[in-house]
Design a protein around this ligand. Structure first.
Ligand SMILES: Nc1ncnc2c1ncn2[C@@H]1O[C@H](COP(=O)(O)OP(=O)(O)OP(=O)(O)O)[C@@H](O)[C@H]1O
Ligand SMILES: [Zn+2]
Length: 699
């Protein structure tokens, strides 16, 4: 595709080398090369560096000097050159503009540029207010002239009254009352890990009456385990089937896909995503792809209908799998296998729902998963949800959100997947599960959680309420103080100094009162919470180094061996983002089919991205495709590579940066998805802190 930029970067030679004489010493044919490895920050990484370099043919010894961040490699120059020694090949599949950090920056800019409803009202009134006040003050000053000789007895008093009126009418405090409070609340939200796209959203947050939650990846961890995988009939053997299923699933970023790929690997079957063509995602249904000349569909009962397969049921083996999600595999129209999997609720999900209830907010689940899986989650939550809706397509979620808005009031929707994006746009406040969610969800939503902590949802609503109360108090204080001064002046005697004091005083009061929003009642005081720290930096470097090792393997693998082996499979072949670093096949295209609702009038709030972005298409070509005025959009993407391709075509796979967050959140995932961010030079490893830096522009 035209928008995809592909480069092979051979890095410059090492900073210092033995044969140049600068600190190097030749020993026969052995050469010492000194490499400045700036990412080394602790001795824990020594083993990683050694593991990376020692296996290279011709390398005799590797020494890591941690304090100076230098790696000394002793190698045979004839067997391995300096440039061959952790060289780096980078294939970019999207521009930096499409990265998560860049998107965050755009969100922050949008938030800064948007004004809340109250602020817009105050600003529009100010247009007429100032000339009106000047006219009234002039009239008061001229009263003695109008009253003739009787009124002229006390012209000084009238003039002073006019001055008091002018000063008291100065709307500084009133004008400050909303933006300062909004600004402080947005900053507070950013500090607690919620990126809110503007004052309007903040106001809406304070009005929420219902919260709708997606299940997989929002209420649950999105870490499935496979309970059973059963072949139906005898048309295909288990090994062959697992090879096909895992190869196709390798191209999907749905949490179930990860579990199925791992399951195949646990049976010593290595998926081969490069053999898959015609890969397609059907949100709410499953996926399909062609491999070895077979057309394969994997998903729920809906996908069976799509593949024209009408099997009677999942089979006796699947009976009794209480609360599990049942999946099916259809090969060339035949139902050949059924599997069951399940995942568990996130820590804090039940607490978040209980907190919302204590605030008078009803909680509802909207899930594309099966009824059994939805009930299981409800049981784990102790029945906290007031309504559970399952087996929903993206359009069903939109309809239900609309219904909730109509019957229960302002509705908040929290979701992570591409299938949630239309519903997020429809809700009064759509909240995306930030880094673990899809780009589609993040761009369509009105607020983004910068972590997987759903407890931040009630915290954000509480902040919205506090912000509304603060604005109301500010307005009352600023108007009330001025009214009191005027009343005093009219009833007793006009004192200019009182008017000036009241004017400056209320300004100060409004600002200080707004700043109270920065206070964290939960205990962190004025300080920001969280923060990276050295251990995080170490993990980041470790991931970056591990990625280099995978890249090296991938490039070796591309030389043409290892049938059925994924690049990077030598370490841990679970990384969705990096597995396709080898030469892509020309058939390696992805299609995403998703229904996007027509924009509603309510979607015009500032900072809300138009629904064309809802499918997470970030490359310019994809955007063009999205911009087509149709409700069903199909985007064919160029072959995908690393996370740089966020939102590129297969937005689920590329955009879901779960590898980034979840690697941090979950030790289980850290191993298998560790490398998603390394693709952007390790920078996204510290994405959270970078995003917070971006947010600091709000200051
Ligand atoms: N890659 C996949 N492999 C197998 N089945 C899939 C895949 N993607 C989707 N499905 C099937 O489609 C169903 C609906 O998927 P969808 O993404 O809409 O919702 P979900 O992720 O299961 O739940 P939620 O809406 O709560 O996030 C899944 O429960 C699963 O049965
Ligand atoms: Zn989900």
């Amino acid at each position: 595709m035209g928008s995809v930029e592909e480069r092979l970067l051979l890095p410059p030679p090492p900073a210092r080398s033995g044969d140049a004489g600068a600190g190097g010493a030749k020993r026969g044919k052995w050469e010492k090369t000194y490499l400045d490895v700036l990412g080394v920050c602790c001795s824990a990484e020594v083993a990683l560096v050694e593991r990376l370099l020692k296996p290279i043919d011709g390398v005799r010894a590797v020494t890591v000097v941690v304090p100076s961040r230098t790696v000394i490699v002793e190698h045979d120059l004839a067997a391995v050159s300096q440039s061959h020694i952790g060289y780096i090949a980078v294939r970019t599949t999207a521009l930096a503009d499409n990265s998560t950090v860049a998107r965050m920056q755009r969100l922050v800019e949008a938030a800064q540029n948007s004004r809340s409803k109250t602020q817009r009202l105050v600003d529009s009134c100010a247009k007429y207010y100032t000339p009106a006040v000047v006219a009234v003050a002039a009239g008061v000053a001229l009263v003695p002239l109008l009253l003739g000789p009787r009124g002229a007895q006390d012209p000084k008093r009238w003039f002073q009254l006019a001055l008091v009126l002018l000063v008291s009418a100065c709307p500084c405090a009133l004008v400050l009352s909303t933006p300062v409070a909004t600004f402080c609340a947005l900053l507070r939200a950013a500090r607690m890990g919620v990126l809110i796209k503007g004052g309007d959203v903040l106001e809406s947050l304070g009005e929420i009456r219902v919260a709708a939650f997606d299940k997989t990846g929002t209420i649950t961890k999105g870490e499935f385990s496979v309970h059973g995988f059963h072949v139906v009939g005898d048309k295909v053997g288990m090994s062959q089937l697992l090879y096909w299923v895992s190869s196709i699933e390798s191209k999907s970023s749905h949490p179930m896909a990860t579990a199925l790929v791992e399951y195949a690997q646990s049976k010593s079957i290595q998926p081969e995503p490069t053999s898959v063509t015609e890969f397609r995602i059907y949100p709410g249904e499953g996926i399909s792809g062609a491999i070895n000349g077979r057309q394969i569909f994997i998903g729920n009962t809906r996908i069976m209908a799509r593949s024209s397969c009408y099997a009677a049921g999942a089979g006796p083996e699947m009976e009794g799998q209480q609360g599990a999600s049942i999946g099916h595999v259809i090969v060339d129209g035949d139902h050949v296998a059924a599997f069951s999997l399940s995942d568990d609720c996130r820590t804090g999900a039940a607490e978040a729902i209980r907190e919302l209830r204590s605030m008078g907010i009803r909680s509802v689940m909207l899930t594309g998963d099966s009824k059994a899986a939805a009930s299981r989650a409800q049981r784990q939550l102790g029945g906290a949800l007031e309504e559970v809706h399952s087996e929903l397509l993206p359009a069903d979620k939109v309809a239900l959100v609309g219904d909730l808005k109509a019957r229960a009031g302002p509705t908040l929707m929290v979701g992570d997947g591409m299938n949630d994006a239309p519903a997020l746009a429809t809700a009064d406040v759509g909240v995306a599960m930030g880094l673990s969610g899809s780009a589609a969800a993040m761009e369509t939503s009105h607020a983004t959680l910068m972590s997987s902590d759903v407890l931040r949802v009630p915290a954000a609503v509480r902040l919205g309420r506090r912000a509304r109360a603060t604005v109301a108090a500010n307005v009352i204080a600023s108007v009330g103080a001025k009214a009191a001064v005027l009343a005093l002046a009219a009833a007793w005697r006009p004192a200019l100094w009182v008017a000036v004091l009241a004017d400056v005083g209320t300004c100060l009061l409004v600002v200080l009162h707004s700043m109270l929003l920065l206070w964290d009642p939960a205990g962190a005081g004025w300080r920001r919470r969280g923060g990276g720290g050295d251990p995080e930096a170490c993990r980041a470097t470790a991931r970056s180094l591990a990625m280099r090792s995978q890249l090296a393997e991938a490039s070796n693998g591309a030389a043409g061996t290892a049938q059925g082996r994924r690049p990077g499979g030598g370490t841990k072949a679970g990384c969705h983002c990096c597995r396709e670093t080898s030469e892509p096949s020309e058939h390696d295209h992805t299609a995403v089919v998703v229904d996007i609702p027509a924009p509603s009038a309510g979607a015009e709030r500032p900072g809300v991205v138009a629904p064309t972005a809802a499918i997470g298409c970030c490359s310019s070509s994809a955007r063009e495709a999205c911009a087509a005025p149709t409700t069903v959009t199909t985007v064919n993407s160029a072959p995908r590579g690393c996370c740089g391709g966020i939102g590129e075509g297969d937005s689920r796979e590329n955009a879901r940066t779960s590898c980034c967050t979840d690697a941090r959140d979950s030790p289980k995932k850290a191993g298998k998805q560790c490398n998603a961010r390394c693709c952007s030079g390790g920078k996204q490893d510290t994405l959270k802190s970078q995003a917070q830096d971006t947010i600091s522009t709000l200051k």
